[in-house]
Structure formats: C-alpha cells, structure tokens
Design a binder for this molecule. Sequence first.
Ligand SMILES: Cc1cc2nc3c(=O)[nH]c(=O)nc-3n(C[C@H](O)[C@H](O)[C@H](O)COP(=O)(O)OP(=O)(O)OC[C@H]3O[C@@H](n4cnc5c(N)ncnc54)[C@H](O)[C@@H]3O)c2cc1C
Length: 349
Amino acid sequence: MNPRTTGVATEPGYTILENAALEGRNTFRVPARAEILIDVRRPEALAEVLAIPYVRNNPLLILGGGSNLLFTRDWSGTVVSVATHDIRIADDHGPAALVRVESGENWNEFVHWSLSHGFVGLENLVLIPGSVGAAPIQNIGAYGREVSQFIAVVEAWDRQAARLVQLDNASCRFAYRDSLFKHAPDRYVITAVEFLLPREGELRTDYAGIAEELVAMNCAATAATVAEAVARLRTRKLPNPALIGNAGSFFKNPVVAATVALELQREHPALPTWSAAEGARKISAAWMIEACGLKGARDGDAGVSDQHALVLVNHARATGAQVWALAQRVQAKVFERFGVMLEPEPIIV
Ligand SMILES: Cc1cc2nc3c(=O)[nH]c(=O)nc-3n(C[C@H](O)[C@H](O)[C@H](O)COP(=O)(O)OP(=O)(O)OC[C@H]3O[C@@H](n4cnc5c(N)ncnc54)[C@H](O)[C@@H]3O)c2cc1C
C-alpha cells in the first residue's frame, strides 16, 4: 500500500485519508491540512499503522481532541488519531479499583462514568475537553487537582523500542502541566491509562470558589455536587470552544523563585501568587496580561478573550499563525512590564 496515492482507504481497524482538513479537529478551529490522516479504531491496529513505511519515514503527530494544540502550518507527514474506546474495571480492591481506559475515550465522559460508578477524585477535573490518552501528557489539572494523583499506569507504544510499555506513576515524571511525554513527543503513543480510583476520599472544595458555589446551590459537598459546582464555575468563566475557537489557558502560570515573587508583589501588591515547589511560587499569568491592558485585545480575528485574559480566541477566521503572532505580542508585553516570560501551554505545531 502506498498511502500517497490513496484518497480514502479503510482497513480493518483504521482509516487513511489523504490531504485531510484538520479545521474540524482542533478546538481553535484554525485551518490546516495533514498530508496523511489515520484514524486508528482498534488498539491492535496501531503497531501495524506505525510500521507503514511512509508513516515510519515521515514526521508523525498524534492527535486527540485537538484541544491543546495550535496549528500554525500544514502537517507534512502523518497525523494519527487514536480513536480506541473502552472503560473497564481491571481490578477491584473494594475501597479502590483499578480502571483501565482506552486513549480515545472522551475525558469528560470518563469523569462522569467514574462518578456514576461511585468513585471519588476526578470531580474537580470535570468539563476539561479532550481525550483520556492526552490527559497524562500535560498532567491535566484544575480546581486544585491534577490527574497524576489518580494515575497508576500509562500504557504506551514505545516507537524507539517498537513495543508496548507500561509506565508506572513515578516513571511518568509528572509535574505542573508537565510529564515525561511532553519531553519525548516522538517516542510514546499513549494507548491506555489505568487509574486507581478510591470509593471514598476527601473532597477538595477550598479552591477558586467551589465552596461558595456549593452554598449558592444549597448543596452539601459530595463528589457529584462538587463536579456540578466546578462545571458551573467553568461554564461562567471560560469561553466555550463550541461557540468561539480556543484551547483553554494559552499560558502556564509561571513558577518563579519565592524571592522573585516577593519582589514582584512589593511592586504589584495585587498580583496573586500560590505556593509551588519548595522555595518557589506560582504567579498569576492572567493578572499580568490584564495589567498590561491586553484582556479583550484583538489583532484581526485573533484575540485575547474578554472573559478570561489567559485564553486566546479565534473570533472567526484567524489562522494559527495569526493567533501565535498575538501570543508572542502578549509574551513580549508581559516580559517588558514584569520581567517574566510566559510559556505557552498548548503544543505549537
Ligand atoms: C475550553 C478549554 C478548557 C481547558 N481547560 C483545561 C484545564 O482546566 N486544565 C488542563 O490541564 N487543560 C485544559 N485544557 C487543555 C486540554 O483540554 C487538555 O490538555 C487535554 O488533555 C488535551 O486533550 P486532547 O485529546 O484534545 O489533546 P490534543 O490537543 O489532541 O493533543 C495535545 C498533545 O498531546 C499529544 N497527544 C494526544 N494524544 C496522544 C496520545 N494518545 N499519545 C501521545 N501523545 C498524544 C499531541 O500530540 C499533543 O502534543 C482546556 C482546553 C480547552 C479548549
């Protein structure tokens, strides 16, 4: 088979598309094309797909829900989308269970599955877009929780060793919006994630308005009501990618030495900071962007959201290159005023 000459080819377990449009496959909804796009529907087909000579010898990008990347150009090579589905309890210990989830499952649907099966822990991570397979990549986090707290094992196809590997939690080197996988994008294709989910556990309600939302809802804190409170907060605060293209927070909150944070706070007493690793503090990127007068700024159809300064948006027909140019303008302004370089959270392609 020569994928270069194939328009559409459906094989058992996967489909190949040539010169495929990616606009509908990224939440920024910017235009881009892939020379070859392969949707892998069956786990056992992945090794076969990765062994196709064209795939092996050309650049490869793995795509989930496209909610954490920005296409600034077409992809000359192969884009592989892992569209495998299954959720099952692999091992039940009573107070906790090991739950195996295939990469193509939708993250938010899995959170709801976990709640409806009586597990606690993932409620603060409700409504984060994207796939389960991508969740470990940047160690998704929100409202005081990170997914790494619940990951037992990540199963991945190791392209270097050409075999499936099981990486335990420590091997994944999880950190704030970071993991081993972010540093080895050409090595691992995540095929499944095993979560260790407790049936009882402490709820996290002390973060960013959850407790107040529960009071407004007139509800006691349970995993289900915390999820509902977080969903309401997120819906109010974040622009909905179904209505306006975006990839959530475009910049990470910078982690700086505690002494630097203190100095910045002396100059800007309202700058919010949070504790991070020992001797370090996380500072608010949104606050700094807003202080530079950039909330709601617009360069053509590329904009900084007027709802949340950390979110860049595509008002209608922006290209990825235009969004990236605006991001660089934001970085330059924040650096000029605060001496801090903002780091993008999405992958820039
Ligand atoms: C409105 C909105 C809100 C958001 N809120 C949050 C939030 O609160 N917290 C948070 O952490 N993130 C948030 N995000 C970012 C995003 O939802 C997450 O990072 C999510 O995990 C990305 O999943 P995806 O399937 O869309 O990944 P993609 O965007 O498709 O891919 C992201 C990266 O992962 C790689 N990748 C994807 N799947 C695999 C795989 N199976 N194997 C190997 N590599 C893979 C890709 O190559 C790419 O480098 C938000 C995004 C949006 C649009």
